[in-house]
Design a protein around this ligand. Structure first.
Ligand SMILES: NC(=O)C[C@H](N)C(=O)O
Length: 345
């Protein structure tokens, strides 16, 4: 008789229209569980409200709160799996954190909705039911954190919200869904095992890692502003296979010299960063000190870098920036190597 914990955090799945206009997260985890209906197979669900926010308002400290709540549930022997209901806008960030620190065979499954709880065609109850079924299935064990949405199961790492309003807004840059939910999950792939990182401590809440986009005419003003604001890390999303242009590349060199860790991703949304071009291309950016992210989404690389920087800060290492930079480079390369190259390039 599988026993699950459902952690409510808000999002459209818990949102209803406000009298003043627009929808807002209001429903409790108990209300979500009730709307999902009865489950087959003697599954029992225990509900906890962790947060009630739309995910565009989440802070790093909220992500840590969610990660702590998952760890708290998994510290119990009577829990067989955890489901997190979440807004879809930044679900990929929370999913990355939960996956990176997951150190347990029991499944942690994130889900949400594209249509709010009061919409006649809301997808929340079905998504939640599917997520609970996946979390209860013995075959879901040992697969890290999972995302269940619109009948499909994705690995959390590599996930991106790739469409604003589509019924299935998610894609995984390392390949398609690893499974589908029928009466139970049917899996086609098993992601490789990866060594978990330590769960973040309080230093994580205040780490500043900014995202900067390359575009025609971009100078390094935004990157320099991030440094002035105290960023310890910056993810630059270059054009194509990671080409930032000469002026942004000059900024990357300055940031690297100042001990700021710069990650180099792509603004395309899919595919790997490949150093091919000089003259302000990824070849020069890497030479200037940027760490190529491979195909890891910039939003998720940001969470990985924040975890590493927070840990380096706690360790009070003299050479903290260089230690963090090489660790970040190693983990990005490792994340990339887990994926089929044909799916990435
Ligand atoms: N579909 C959603 O959940 C989007 C919503 N804005 C959120 O992330 O909270």
């Amino acid at each position: 008789m599988p026993h699950l914990v459902l952690l409510g955090t808000g999002g459209t799945i818990a949102s209803r229209r406000m009298p003043s206009g627009g929808s807002k997260a209001t429903d409790s985890a108990a209300e979500l569980a009730a709307a999902a209906g009865d489950l087959d197979g003697d599954i029992t669900v225990e509900v906890h409200d962790v947060l009630a926010v739309n995910s565009f308002n989440l802070e790093l400290r909220d992500l840590r709160t969610i990660s702590d709540a998952v760890a708290h549930a998994l510290a119990r022997d009577d829990v067989d799996g955890v489901v997190v209901s979440h807004g879809t806008d930044t679900l990929e960030e929370t999913a990355a954190l939960l996956d990176l620190v997951h150190d347990d065979p029991r499944p942690v499954v994130l889900t949400g909705a594209q249509r709010s709880a009061d919409a006649p065609d809301t997808d929340g109850p079905r998504n939640l039911r599917d997520a609970l079924v996946v979390a209860a299935a013995p075959d879901s064990r040992g697969r890290g954190a999972l995302v269940v949405f619109a009948g499909e199961v994705f690995s959390a790492f590599g996930l991106r919200k790739a469409h604003t309003l589509a019924a299935q807004p998610f894609a995984n840059v390392f390949g398609g869904p690893i499974g589908r939910v029928l009466e139970r999950p049917e899996y086609a792939f098993r992601p490789d095992a990866r060594a978990p990182l330590a769960r973040p401590g309080a230093a994580f809440d205040a780490v500043r890692v900014d995202l900067v986009l390359a575009y025609p005419g971009a100078d390094s003003w935004l990157l320099d502003a991030a440094l002035r604001a105290g960023a310890q890390g910056v993810i630059v999303l270059g054009g194509g296979a990671g080409n930032p242009g000469t002026r942004l590349t000059d900024g990357i060199a300055r940031a690297s010299r100042a001990g700021v860790v710069v990650g180099l991703g792509t603004r395309t949304g899919a595919g790997a960063v490949v150093p091919l071009y000089a003259g302000g291309g990824a070849v020069d950016a890497v030479h200037a000190g940027a760490v190529p992210l491979g195909a890891v989404p910039g939003t998720q690389a940001r969470i990985l870098l924040a975890l590493i920087l927070a840990e380096a800060q706690d360790a009070a290492d003299d050479d903290a920036a260089e230690t963090a930079r090489s660790r970040f480079a190693r983990l990005c390369t490792h994340a990339d190597a887990r994926s089929a190259p044909s799916a990435v390039l």
